[in-house]
Design a binder for this molecule. Structure first.
Ligand code: UDP
Length: 245
């Protein structure tokens, strides 16, 4: 059952259950779009009705960030699981490796997806990285990329183009790709390749990964400012009597 946080609907599931559901879709061939909204993406939905529709039509919507969990708390919605896209991606890679599944990596700057392939196949023996493609292309190239992904006969594709580009690509090509699990996963290919480092576990545990990322990349301040704005929205939502509980 989806849990609403303002007007987006999330899956409050453990990492294990999310992975199980994605694997089950690989077995049945059922389409499983996975989206990982954080505060920034949730706020973007206010001005982007298409993005909001895509999220609310997705099979798995992961609360990616402490701000979603906090907003849910404000609204008495009770989301318990924070599921960062990168944690889901790693857990899915592990499970796919055990089952000999095929993964296509799409996104990031030229060369990064290839490096990620190398690192992932070392780390998860059994995982088949069935293809890679960088995330920089012209609109004319899009259908060709979709064909390349389809021809790779993959069980999952990680689309890492940043939001909302990745969500819109998945939505437009979800039938053409013929890949059961299609996940929009932001900078995950960069993390797999090692070009971007994740915060130390301590920061993640206390819900301060955003602070680590801000210190590491101060130019993200414009994006980070969205966190308090989003929480303020939740307070206004509640004050307006629109309690999600
Ligand atoms: N990117 C891409 N094509 C584009 C724009 C961005 O492949 O046209 C990639 C970019 O290189 C980076 C990822 O998309 O690897 C976006 O990372 P971002 O930090 O925005 O993701 P986050 O994890 O913060 O959502």
């Amino acid at each position: 059952m989806k849990v609403p946080v303002m007007d987006l609907f999330f899956d409050d599931l453990s990492l294990d259950d999310l992975v199980k559901e994605a694997l089950a879709c690989m077995e049945t061939g059922e389409k499983c779009v996975v989206i990982t909204p954080n505060a920034e993406i949730a706020l973007a939905c206010k001005k982007d009705a298409e993005l909001k529709r895509i999220i609310n039509e997705s099979r798995l919507v992961l609360p990616d960030g402490i701000s979603i969990v906090l907003a849910s708390k404000v609204l008495n919605g009770g989301i318990k699981h924070k599921s960062a896209g990168i944690d889901f991606a790693q857990a899915l890679c592990g499970a796919m490796a055990e089952n000999g599944k095929r993964l296509f990596l799409f996104g990031a700057k030229p060369g990064v997806a290839e490096e990620a392939k190398k690192k992932l196949t070392e780390r998860y023996p059994g995982l088949i990285v069935s293809g890679t493609r960088n995330g920089y292309f012209t609109p004319e190239e899009e259908p060709l990329i979709a064909e390349e992904i389809r021809d790779s006969r993959s069980d999952a594709v990680f689309v890492c183009l940043g939001a909302p580009k990745q969500e819109k690509f998945i939505d437009k090509y979800k039938d053409a790709l013929n890949v059961p699990v299609m996940a929009g996963l932001g900078g995950s290919v960069d993390v797999f390749a090692g070009t971007v480092k994740r915060a130390p576990k301590f920061f993640i545990k206390i819900g301060m990964e955003w602070l680590y990322r801000l210190l590491a990349e101060p130019k993200r301040i414009g994006r980070m400012i969205k966190l308090p704005v989003y929480l303020w929205d939740a307070l206004k939502w509640k004050a307006g009597g629109k309690n999600n509980a």
